[in-house]
Design a protein around this ligand. Structure first.
Ligand SMILES: Cc1cc2nc3c(=O)[nH]c(=O)nc-3n(C[C@H](O)[C@H](O)[C@H](O)COP(=O)(O)OP(=O)(O)OC[C@H]3O[C@@H](n4cnc5c(N)ncnc54)[C@H](O)[C@@H]3O)c2cc1C
Length: 482
């Protein structure tokens, strides 16, 4: 396909972080001589997709800042942080309150602090780990065998559960890896691909023969290089007014056509080149290139008539539904306050909720002085039955859980329930192979990017958007007739 110098119209479907940052990086990488314009189409009446913050009236003009989706982004993957700076939010960045950074794991109904020095799953400090009641003495010995067990010989994928059992044993899987590492992805450890979700651990195993040795080595490297960037960033950052601030600033920096309330119903290749999009209002739109940031199952429907192989692979990416309930209390109402960011709950505990975050401890600017804001996670594969409950019953269940786990008897000052239907893509075994097949089987001029593919976190979405914008530019540069 060749495009003429005056006909470069890129249509981006979906106005979440992936679609908007694709637009931003397209705008940033536009080369002179290529007259590109773009349109972002979003079906709902707001920008941001899963990035959604609600300001709830508080006290003395200080609001509660309630996150419906992400509450922060990882800084080790720097792309969301960089984007925030690019759109003028450097002064609004907000680190976590690291002096209260403890994470608790529910163990036989009681929150037990995760021992200091456990980095996701790997213990790196002997004494706190040895003293912790979270893992039995036998379980600790089994974890220590990681130092002796030879590394996997091939590069094949395996499930997170198989990987952790192989290296550290089943107690480490049950008590730490499952609630933390599968919890982040709302995934099932027995199906979750290690290569798509935690490739670094396989890398550490390969490079050092042991996870513990690998983690200790990377800690040493980190601290010896540390002086370079010693103005320490928190591992997770947010924005003073919530993550949606990033969306608002991003939208304000975009110069393309931005359209809300338009759903793409059909996509069809044109006989000459490019695509025709049919919208819910009957309007048709021509594009030279289309970037789909829609859920994989929606993208599958859009391409099925002309790219059945890609459609089948897209449709095979599973999704689960999750939700959050945010609740506000007077601080004095919390009988057993945690000195930490929250509690993760292993599936083996059999509770109807998955985790609790104390948002007002994790970050400043989340609740007025003297008040606490909590967020409870439910649904997914851990507690699908909770997702099916009506709001009233769900609230009752959540309050029961808060009473049992944190001793909160009081009625919340307010609550907000957010449900994300079929919103969490699952990176099952061999996910990356499937993504490569999708990319290879999509017809010319059609791209997919976003949380369904090579990373679910906001930084991953921003990074993939950068890559996609680059691919779009390369594609156009190679084909344009000047
Ligand atoms: C509860 C929750 C907590 C999370 N916590 C974190 C966290 O703390 N940190 C982190 O980094 N990540 C977190 N995530 C993940 C992260 O929020 C998402 O992966 C990311 O926001 C996905 O962005 P996206 O643009 O790829 O998709 P989406 O946000 O889903 O955007 C896709 C957009 O496409 C639109 N669309 C769909 N179909 C059509 C159509 N036919 N026509 C037009 N528009 C269409 C949708 O309306 C939507 O706005 C969390 C997610 C959830 C649900």
């Amino acid at each position: 396909m060749q495009v003429t110098a005056d006909s470069k119209h890129v249509v981006i479907i979906g106005g979440g972080i992936s679609g908007l940052s694709t637009a931003w990086y397209l705008q940033q990488t536009r080369t002179t001589g290529l007259n590109i314009r773009y349109t972002v189409l979003e079906q709902s009446n707001r920008w941001g997709g899963k990035v959604l913050t609600e300001q709830v009236e508080g006290v003395d003009g200080v609001p509660f800042v309630v996150e419906a989706g992400p509450d922060s982004f990882l800084t080790q993957k720097p792309w969301a942080l960089q984007l925030a700076r690019e759109v003028g939010l450097a002064d609004h960045l907000l680190g976590t309150n690291d002096h209260q950074r403890n994470v608790y794991v529910l163990n036989k109904g009681k929150p037990v602090v995760l021992p200091d020095g456990v980095l996701l799953i790997v213990p790196t400090k002997f004494t706190p780990f040895a003293l912790s009641p979270l893992i039995s003495p036998l379980g600790k010995l089994r974890m220590g065998l990681d130092l002796l067990i030879p590394p996997k010989k091939d590069d094949d994928d395996e499930t997170l559960a198989d990987f952790v059992r192989r290296r550290l044993g089943s107690e480490a899987l049950d008590k730490i890896a499952e609630p933390l590492m599968s919890g982040i992805y709302n995934a099932e450890s027995e199906r979750q691909s290690i290569l798509a979700t935690f490739p670094r651990f396989r890398q550490l195993e390969r490079d050092h023969g042991s996870l513990i040795r690998g983690m200790l080595a990377s800690r040493r490297n980190h601290s010896s290089n540390g002086h370079v960037s010693k103005k320490r960033l928190s591992a997770f950052m947010s924005l003073q007014n919530g993550t949606q601030e990033l969306i608002t600033a991003l939208v304000n920096h975009l110069d393309g056509a931005l359209r809300l309330g338009v759903q793409v119903r059909q996509l069809a290749p044109r006989s000459d080149s490019g695509y025709t999009l049919t919208l819910n209002n009957g309007e048709t739109l021509n594009a030279d290139l289309v970037v789909m940031t829609t859920p994989a199952y929606t993208s599958a429907d859009l391409v099925r008539s002309f790219a059945p192989v890609a459609a089948n692979q897209l449709a095979a990416i599973r999704y689960v539904s999750t939700g959050t309930v945010s609740l506000a209390f007077h601080e004095a109402d919390i009988q057993r306050p945690l000195n930490g960011f929250g509690v993760v709950i292993p599936q083996s505990e059999g509770r109807p909720i998955n985790a609790i975050t104390v948002s007002s401890t994790k970050f400043d600017h989340r609740a007025p002085e003297g008040y606490a804001l909590l967020r409870v996670f439910f649904g997914g594969s851990r507690s699908p039955e909770s997702f099916a409950l009506d709001d009233e019953t769900l609230l009752r269940v959540v309050q029961d859980e808060l009473r049992t786990i944190l001793g909160i008897e009081a009625v919340p000052l307010f609550h907000r329930i957010f449900r994300w239907h079929r919103a969490n893509p699952q990176y099952d075994l061999d996910h990356l192979e499937r993504v490569s097949q999708i990319e290879a089987s999509l017809p010319e001029g059609l791209f997919v990017t976003g949380s369904a593919y090579r990373g679910v976190g906001m930084p991953d979405c921003v990074y993939q958007a950068q890559q996609t914008a680059q691919q779009v530019m390369t594609y156009l540069n190679e084909r344009v007739i000047v």
